[in-house]
Design a protein around this ligand. Structure first.
Ligand SMILES: C[S@@+](CC[C@H](N)C(=O)[O-])C[C@H]1O[C@@H](n2cnc3c(N)ncnc32)[C@H](O)[C@@H]1O
Length: 369
């Protein structure tokens, strides 16, 4: 079957590589999405294993439309009863980039009406909409005249891993944090340090990678469990493919906010990773490289509301500290403040544009000699 996963800008290649590793076929990268093929087990495996996918969609119909009525008729003509029962609660999520529907909300309403009318005809009743915790999610994508209707096999977005107890003030999205770590190539081969660890997202996602723990193993439910064709045996077999390993290197985080360190501890415990990750309250200057080789992956503050000279000074101090205390390490710094990051004062080895929500950021790599 055809499948599609959405991701963030800049992570398409990483997601394609992840798909290759789990055995997906005919992988094609698009803007903020990757298309691929696989059987039902692949769909379940993708939901369990992918770190940089926001969801796993199964397209069920592609068509072109000339007007709003065409859209309604095409959606109503889908045999919805083949996919789920009328007693399931539903929610439609639409993205519209078309003069035919200039509001995605209206597209969602028309989709919901068409599905409700289909079930009224066939079953004499309509499915209820649940905005908080729907059992079946339907995804609509309209670009000019071209429309794709998909079922979302993930349910809640896959960045909601299920381990997080607290969000920090500026917590990274789990998918972005995992994508950063995968881009660095760190898989547990040397010490990892995050000197601005906040709520611990980078540390936790890195430990999941090093221990080969699939992010889906924390989830209690996936959307596909509400579909007519749900196959528990296949899901159990995919769950049994688990191949965790021990982490042999230290993973360490500091943050100067005790509150953030409290969040970190709760999140790390939520993922059962406290035996691998140590966090403590302190200034970034309180940690030094303890080894000949190591990796720093971090996301310092870049709040543009903070006075420029203070942010510039913080980055200058950080650059000096890296040079003096982390010789032999590779440092990867994600920042949304282009001006501030120049104050690190180190030669940039590589630079990748990533989006942290709406904020354009750069992941800069430095080799420390
Ligand atoms: C952008 S946030 C990091 C968010 C983190 N990646 C997460 O996912 O939760 C930056 C963090 O740097 C911390 N911070 C600011 N100045 C610091 C300093 N001098 N030393 C250590 N931490 C500092 C803040 O408390 C904040 O938690």
């Amino acid at each position: 079957m055809q499948l599609l996963s959405k991701t963030f800008h800049g992570l398409e290649d990483i997601l394609a590589q992840e798909l290759k590793e789990i055995g997906a076929q005919n992988i094609v990268t698009h803007k903020r999405a990757v298309a691929y093929e696989g059987d039902k087990a692949m769909m379940y495996r993708a939901n369990m294993a992918l770190r940089t996918a926001l969801n796993v969609l199964m397209p069920i119909k592609e068509f072109t439309i000339e007007n709003q009525n065409d859209f309604y008729e095409q959606v109503r003509a889908i045999d919805w009863g083949q996919y789920f029962k009328v007693r399931k609660t539903i929610l439609v999520n639409a993205t519209a980039n078309s003069p035919i529907f200039d509001h995605s909300h209206f597209l969602e309403l028309r989709t919901k009406d068409a599905i409700a009318d289909y079930f009224s005809d066939k079953a004499g009743r309509r499915p209820n909409v649940d905005k908080e915790n729907p059992q079946v999610r339907i995804d609509v994508y309209l670009s000019n005249n071209n429309c794709t209707i998909s079922l979302n096999s993930s349910g809640e977005a896959l960045f909601k891993r299920g381990y997080r107890a607290h969000h920090g003030q500026a917590s990274l999205n789990e998918v972005l944090a995992a994508g950063m770590v995968l881009k660095t190539g760190w898989k547990g081969q040397n010490e990892l340090v995050d000197p601005f660890c906040g709520s611990g997202t980078i540390l936790t996602e890195a430990a999941l990678i090093a221990a080969n723990i699939r992010p889906g193993s924390y989830r209690t439910q996936f959307g596909f469990e509400h579909w007519n064709d749900f196959d528990r045996k296949t899901l159990e077999l995919v769950q049994e493919e688990d191949d965790q390993k021990k982490i042999e290197v230290p993973i360490l985080g500091v943050d100067n906010s005790p509150r953030q360190i409290g969040f970190s501890k709760a999140n790390i415990q939520g993922a059962f990773l406290q035996k691998y990750i140590a966090v403590q309250t302190g200034d970034f200057e309180s940690v030094q490289g303890e080894d000949e080789r190591g990796t720093i992956i971090t996301n310092p503050p870049y709040d543009k509301r903070v006075k420029t000279h203070e942010i510039d000074r913080l980055y200058r101090r950080f650059g000096d500290h890296l040079k003096q205390q982390f010789k032999g390490y590779d440092a990867w710094v994600l920042s949304g403040n282009d001006h501030a990051i120049r104050n690190i004062g180190l030669k940039t080895n590589s630079r990748t544009v990533l989006f942290n929500g709406p904020i354009e950021t750069r992941l800069c790599e430095y080799k420390l000699f």
